[in-house]
Design a protein around this ligand. Structure first.
Ligand code: GLC
Length: 431
């Protein structure tokens, strides 16, 4: 099956990641089972107390939409192996907790009702499944791995993995996006117990099944075989991502505070301004931002997450046309700034507010008009090619083809000021 057409994905640019599971009860990172080397028997006790009485996926969807996010991705199963839907393939699911109901179905309905795209995250790892062999990431990795793996049969686990993906892509209507997580091929290290890659998942067959069940879905590259988009994680690429010399769709997945799952005592929050700059930075390099929230075990978003989403939404409410449908521009931006381009509109995002002037190389003669995006107030522009000797109050001549914009001294009261530049020429051919 050919790869899916990620046009909506490239256009929408901004999504919400939701990490939610039994680790939300532990409230100290979603890798708590790995970090604390917790046995299955001990970890299973969390299932007895998982009772998300405040779960309201319509609220999650509304907050994502208000933040300017166009798709929402929910962890169906994380590495811990606990399933948030009514799976027929294991008892280790939400059906056998005080919640006692499928939590994926109302999520899909709420996100779709909000007019957003529906995404699933699904872990290839499973630290609960008896046939998933102990490896370099497994909570039991410090034990006698050879003895622990006696009787474990990855062929059975592959059947389980494919069976659950089939359930998820069959029972919930159209699913637009799938984030598999993750491959760590044996050659990439991971200690004496080693890693797992495409052969362990039977990735080719799994991806073929995904495309058969959901022909329009976009899938990431973490099956350890090519997908529809790349997934830089917890860093910002320095430029467009290329594969064999060709730019590819990519999405940076980022957290609010370094943890994907709810992490109660973690205060390492990124400021809303930084989050907005990360979104802009990614789009300026033809990438998306998938920004994560980790709901509590009650099912609610924590106050800090809410404040972050509100602040990003306030900026997006006025500036989203520099993000949606936008991408990189062929021009070199001035210092502390990013360009995005959408058709014949060029957007100058000023991460620092310069005093009085900003000089734009190569744009002289190519701009019809310019305005502050937040209030559509005109920004004056001119070419300054000559110095004015002796006139100490005149800004100096600039290199040829430089366009100088005159800025108000007072910085607009927005997280990142943006100047909307109306180019004279149409979109470059092939855009
Ligand atoms: C890494 C982490 C996992 C998280 C994922 C999000 O793979 O192991 O916990 O869900 O990143 O991209």
């Amino acid at each position: 099956m050919p790869p899916s057409n990620p046009d909506w994905f490239r256009h929408d640019r901004f999504g919400m990641f939701v990490h939610w599971g039994l680790y939300s009860l532990a409230a100290r990172h979603e890798w708590v089972m790995n970090r604390e080397r917790t046995s299955v028997e001990e970890y299973e006790r969390y299932a007895r107390f998982f009772d998300p009485d405040l779960y309201d996926p319509a609220d999650w969807a509304a907050r994502a939409k208000a933040a300017g996010m166009r798709y929402v991705v929910l962890t169906t199963k994380h590495h811990e192996g606990f399933c948030l839907w009514n799976t027929r393939l294991t008892d280790y699911s939400v059906m056998n907790t005080p919640a006692a109901r499928d939590l994926v179905a109302p999520f899909v309905e709420a996100v779709r009702a909000a007019g957003l795209k529906v995404g699933f995250y699904h872990s290839l790892l499973d630290w609960h499944h008896p046939d998933f062999t102990v490896d370099g990431h497994h909570p039991l990795r410090d034990g006698d791995v050879e003895r622990l793996n006696v009787g474990r049969d990855m062929a059975n686990y592959r059947k389980y993995l494919h069976g659950q993906v089939r359930e998820l892509l069959t029972d919930y209507g159209t699913i637009d996006y799938l984030f598999f997580d993750f491959s760590y091929p044996p050659e990439s290290g991971h200690g004496v117990a080693g890693g797992k890659g495409a052969a362990d998942w039977d990735s080719e067959e799994l991806l073929a099944m995904v495309r058969e069940l959901q022909p329009g879905i976009v899938v990431n590259e973490r099956l350890d075989i090519p997908g529809d988009f790349m997934t830089p994680e917890q860093y910002q690429p320095t430029g467009p991502i290329m594969s064999e010399g060709v730019p590819v769709a990519w999405e940076a997945c980022q957290t609010l505070n370094g943890s994907w799952g709810y992490d109660r005592d973690n205060e390492d929050y990124k400021s809303p301004d930084l989050l907005i700059r990360m979104l802009i930075d990614g789009v300026s390099k033809d990438g998306n931002l998938l920004l994560n929230v980790g709901p509590t075990a009650r099912g609610s978003l924590d106050p800090h997450a809410i404040r972050s989403l509100d602040a990003v939404g306030e900026w997006m409410r006025v500036h989203s046309r520099s993000i949606y449908g936008a991408g990189s521009a062929e021009f070199t931006p001035p210092p502390d700034a990013r360009y995005t381009r959408r058709g014949n509109r060029l957007y100058l995002h000023l991460f620092a507010w310069p005093f009085q002037h900003v000089h734009l190389p190569g744009l002289a003669g190519r701009v019809e008009y310019a305005q502050l995006l937040n209030d559509a107030s005109e920004i004056h522009m001119r070419e300054i090619t000559e110095d004015t000797p002796g006139l100490y109050t005149a800004v100096g001549g600039q290199p040829p083809l430089t366009l100088t914009l005159t800025l108000p001294v007072r910085r607009p009261d927005v997280a990142v000021p943006v100047i909307e530049i109306f180019l004279r020429e149409p979109e470059p051919a092939g855009e």
